[in-house]
Design a protein around this ligand. Structure first.
Ligand SMILES: Cc1ncc(COP(=O)(O)O)c(C=O)c1O
Length: 382
């Protein structure tokens, strides 16, 4: 793999970091970096409109969306923009919303529901376990009067990949709108909005898609559009308004405000990387690299944070702390001695684990194996 080290010497923000193995933002390919550095363009010039449309079509292929049933689009802002927009545009005051929660991002959904005046009903699981399908279906059955359900695919801070197919299809069969956070899974794990009964899926450009932060890839189903239009007070003239986006972009090929042209260049190049390699092959590479991380970790005596291996995400791996070292200590030594940046616990998991991202461009053997060699060195020499 080509390393981006040549660029590092001009970039004081990286402070000597040669390899970024955090769970997003991630290392991006030289092709993406080059695209980001291209001269900008006026967003209403026909060249950019065509380019944006092409990028959206490529994204739809990566989502495996069914264009007959789902619109794909690219919101201009961090993934959080799409997550908040999905809730605020679909939840009426007083609506009951089923919030599946086994980590910080699951919880965020609940907060957005409260902000929208809805009533979250939580389905809680411990942050080292995925949702059990049978009890999830039972919970949904007992809450048939809910209007929406939210769930996170890859709960990044815990390294978990939650099951979606049965849960979302069950909710859909009862007419419950399904909203999925696939921020840390799209482009790195199987994902199928149409086959899995997902009405709104929300991702982000800086994780497995392997560009930089700033864009929110989304799909919205016909059922979701109906719900959005039939809100008691549909959200309009707002940065969070999905209707503004649909009426501007999807219907008229116009933008409601100035899009981030260079971020779109970067995303387009990242999607080219994925589609040229082939989505199946990219997903397989993520699986293989995550297996390598887990196997190497085990050989070093590390214990996986998720209770069972089948709960582990192919895009990020979390290990419990070895006992004789602090989280910050491991991260600092990895950076100082090896120039490799890995992550630690987030929110309630702070101080409990270390996290290695293997998303997008990071999920290549030389980067993963260098990271695990460095970790072995740190753990052996502390
Ligand atoms: C699962 C998940 N959801 C949401 C977010 C927030 O997305 P963003 O940082 O793009 O706003 C993250 C970021 O790490 C995430 O991992």
């Amino acid at each position: 793999m080509e390393s981006n080290q040549a660029i590092n010497k001009f970039n004081p923000a990286r402070k000597g970091i040669k390899l970024l193995m955090t769970a997003g933002p991630v290392e991006v390919s030289p092709r993406v970096l080059a695209a980001l550095a291209e001269p900008s363009i006026y967003h209403y010039y026909s060249g950019f409109i065509d380019f944006f449309e092409e990028t959206t079509k490529k994204l739809s292929r990566v989502f495996r969306a069914n264009p007959e049933r789902q619109d794909t689009f690219i919101l201009q802002g961090e993934g959080v923009l799409g997550l908040e927009a999905a809730v605020v545009c679909t939840v009426n005051p007083g609506d009951k919303v089923l919030v599946f929660e086994n980590g910080p991002f699951g919880k965020w959904f609940g907060d957005y529901v409260v902000n929208a005046g809805g009533k979250p009903v939580y389905f809680h699981e411990e942050p080292n376990k995925c949702f059990d399908i049978e009890s999830s279906l039972d919970f949904i059955e007992k809450n048939r009067d809910a209007t929406a359900l939210t769930i996170v695919h890859c709960e990044t801070p815990a390294g978990l990949l939650n099951p979606l197919r049965e849960i979302c299809n069950k909710a859909k069969s009862l007419g419950i709108l399904t909203i999925v956070d696939c921020v840390a899974s799209l482009g790195g794990a199987e994902f199928d909005p149409d086959g899995w009964g997902i009405d709104i899926s929300v991702s982000a450009s800086q994780k497995c898609l392997s560009s930089t932060a700033g864009l929110t890839p989304m799909t919205v189903s016909k059922f979701a559009w109906e719900k959005i239009e039939n809100q008691k007070k549909p959200l309009r003239i707002s940065y969070l308004s999905l209707l503004d986006w649909r009426d501007s972009w999807v219907k008229s090929k116009k933008f409601p405000f100035t899009p981030f042209t260079n971020e779109v260049y970067g995303l387009s190049a990242a999607l080219d990387d994925i589609l040229e390699e082939g989505l199946d092959s990219v997903i397989k590479r993520h699986k293989e690299m995550s297996q390598l991380v887990r196997d190497r970790g085990r050989e070093m005596g590390l214990k996986l944070w998720p209770l069972e291996e089948r709960f582990c995400s192919p895009t990020v791996t979390t290990f419990s702390l070895p006992g004789n070292m602090e989280e910050a200590d491991i991260i600092r030594k990895m950076a100082d001695r090896h120039g490799i940046l890995i992550g630690g616990g987030y929110r309630e998991l702070k101080g409990k684990l270390v996290r290695i991202g293997h998303m997008g461009y990071q999920a290549h053997y030389p980067f993963v194996s260098a990271t695990m060699d460095a970790l072995e060195d740190i753990l052996g020499k502390n």
